[in-house]
Each structure stands twice: as C-alpha cells, then as structure tokens.
Design a binder for this molecule. Structure first.
Ligand code: SF4
Length: 228
C-alpha cells in the first residue's frame, strides 16, 4: 500500500530559525529573513510518501522487493533477519523550493535552504510518528541510497527505490535528475525496518570533517561489507 501525506501542518519557529542562521534580531537582515519565513509559512507544503513492502527473495548480495532487485552487501547483511521494510521519500515540498531568490543573492539562497531543511525535518518527523503509531515499529534502522561510501548502497539505486512507488513526482512532487539527485534538494529517500541491530551509514563512510556525521567510521564493519 502506498500512502502520500500532502497535508502536514506545521508552525515555523522564527526565533529558532534566526538563531540557526546566525541573524541578530532587530536588524535589516532579520526583517528580510522574517519575510522569507512568512512566505514559507504561507506557501510551503512539506510532504511524505511511504510504502509497506515485503522482501520477496534474498541472494548473496541482493534483495528483491516487488520484482525490483537491489544490490548492496550492506543492505543484504542488515536485512538478513528482516521480512518487511518501509520505503519512503520525505521532502520540504516543491512549493517552498519555487520561492524566487535572485540568482546572485547567495545569502538569501542560504536562508531559504535553512528553512527548507527545517521543513524537511518536519516531514521526516511526521512520517516517523505516523509509522510508529500505525505499525509499532520499535527499534528501527534507516538506509539511504548514496549514504556512506560510494559502494555501500550506490546512489544509482535511487532510481529503483523510486520505481517501488511508480510516479513519485505525481505523488509528492519530487523528481530525480540524470545524476540521481532529488529535486527539491531537501528531500530524503530510503528504507526503514525494524531490527535489533545498530547501524548508521556514517559507520561506513570515510568522509572526514562532515558536519552531519552521527557515528564514527567503523573499520571492522566496513571490512565486513566488502565484496572480497
Ligand atoms: S559522515 Fe556525512 S557524508 Fe558520510 S554518511 Fe554520515 S552524514 Fe553522510
């Protein structure tokens, strides 16, 4: 079953956003920023899409869901004891993405990105609460194509993840570029599953100085998902 959630209610926190963007209240910047936040509050439509899926088969390095074959050693290992996954796409929504900013106004572009990231967080939390309420998932792990080192779950498989839904753009306005990036850029796709294992893609990522890192690189785990 596919469910698209297109009516997520939200209240943007101006004070928190100002703080996050390092803008001093009472300044001209603060006034312009507030206008942008008000615009987003009025027009943004954060959205989420998910599908409950059952794994059809598991081979050495692949899993098959709805006749779509995903290839990833890490995915295969993590799903060893799992039969059901939830594929999802969450997004800030194309409406906020379409707010016009002059191309050379990098500061405003940055501000809008900050607001979009907040809206993405809102849609992500909405989906998590809904899945927890409806399916009582307990402890879960998320995996996302393109997260971690390149070969962990190659970003190209984003196309296959989208294929599980059919027309994602029609459902929630998110489309994939030729290079497998999502538009709007503040969108996340992945799968979530109940499990007792502990896993975060950052454990399989060599990238240094990443501000988003949530777990240290784990050499032993990384070696366990190599092909040779
Ligand atoms: S360390 Fe950074 S780039 Fe690597 S998986 Fe984590 S968040 Fe992504």
């Amino acid at each position: 079953m596919i469910e698209a959630i297109t009516n997520i209610s939200f209240e943007l926190d101006l004070e928190g956003l100002l703080k996050g963007a390092h803008i001093k209240p009472g300044t001209n910047d603060a006034k312009e920023f507030e206008d942008l936040v008000n615009n987003a509050q009025k027009n943004a439509r954060p959205k989420a899409l998910y599908k409950e899926c059952f794994i059809q088969s598991k081979e050495e390095e692949t899993i098959t869901i709805d006749d779509i074959i995903f290839t990833s050693q890490a995915l295969r290992i993590n799903l060893d004891q799992v039969e059901r996954v939830f594929a999802y796409v969450v997004t800030c929504g194309k409406e906020v993405d379409e707010i016009e900013i002059p191309q050379d106004d990098f500061l405003k572009g940055f501000w809008l990105d900050t607001i979009k990231a907040t809206l993405l967080g809102i849609s992500g939390r909405h989906l998590s609460e809904l899945l927890d309420q409806k399916y009582k998932l307990g402890k879960t792990v998320d995996m996302n194509p393109g997260s971690g080192d390149v070969a962990v779950w190659p970003i190209e498989q984003q196309r296959k993840l989208f294929a599980l839904f059919g027309d994602v753009e029609n459902f929630i306005g998110v489309r994939l570029t030729e290079s497998f990036l999502m538009i709007p850029n503040k969108s996340i796709s992945g799968i979530r599953f109940s499990t007792e294992i502990n896993f975060q893609s950052c454990q399989l990522c060599h990238r240094e100085n990443c501000s988003g890192r949530s777990a240290s690189f784990d050499k032993k785990l990384w070696e366990s998902v190599q092909h040779d």
